[in-house]
Design a protein around this ligand. Sequence first.
Ligand code: SF4
Length: 374
Amino acid sequence: MAGIYIHIPFCRHKCTYCDFVSFPDKVEYAEAYMACLYKEIKMRGEELKDYVFDTVYFGGGTPSYIPPKLILGAMNQIRKCFRLAKNAEITLELNPGTIGEEKVKTYRRAGINRFSIGLQTAIDEQLQDLGRIHSARDYVFATKLLRGENFSTDVMLGLKNQTKEDVKKTIELAAACGSSHISMYALTVEDGTPIYTDYLNGELPDSDEVAELYEYGRALLEEKGYARYEISNFAKKGYESKHNLNYWKRGEYIGFGISASSFMKGKRFTNTFSLDEYMKCIVSGFFPAVSSEEVSLADAKFEFVMLALRTAKGISFADYSTAFGSDFTEDFAEAIKKTERYLERTETGYKIKDEYLYVQNSVLMPFLETPVKE
Ligand code: SF4
């Protein structure tokens, strides 16, 4: 299985917590940028001609902010240069403040069959604090336009003054509007973002309070029929994100556009974060990668384990041995011994016990600290 990621780095306004590569004031470059992106896709065509891609994901930034014909153009180019699986999952991230009927029509023509909507919270004051350009009503409007479509909703935890009641309202709104999938993430506060001041002033919930909100949200989601299949991701049966599952299975993917990263043929590489440099490189016929590394066998094994243990199913011994030709319990014998009380033996391998999944980073330290048998 292999995926395609497309980065659209334009937004109408910069959110107060945003640390992504996105520009609030450069949308006039969208056409020129996308022309470069089409060229970058073409430049990879020959090299990847033997691959069949199962997923395409338009992320950002705000892909729904740029003219939709540019998304259609990207899909046409992908179909021209690569082989897409017949039932490929094609997702577009959508901001509820940037959507209209004509856009949705064009997305359908482009073959987009899954949308990921950034609601974050149903409480308008919290949306304003986050610098989001939409209200909860805009979300309802967007979901009406998408009636009959498959869509996911992002929910954020750890906001200023956020209560369990607020989390409940948000999840209930997303469920009532027809989300097939809900991603529930904790806000991460990066130094240098405007919201960092709130954090320094102690105005945001601390990690114990966020963990409580998470636990509350998880129980509510499960009650509403959304099963947790990864720490932050919940889906109705059959609606898990194939694109993300591929990341967690350590599958291959190719990224296009600025800051996009790729993992192909055992190598990880990332494109430049500068819009200018990206366009100059592509125009001159060079790939805009700024870093590239072969992944060592020990790192590959460690990555495989860390990614698999994020998921509710956990690690499969058979998948591990198919990937590396060795035995998971032998390679990680020491780490397994140290983390035994957090792990649960499943029919096919190991998973982190449900109650520890949210704090899995600390649970998994021994996997990082003990040497992997190569
Ligand atoms: S919409 Fe997303 S990418 Fe754009 S500024 Fe807000 S958080 Fe950043």
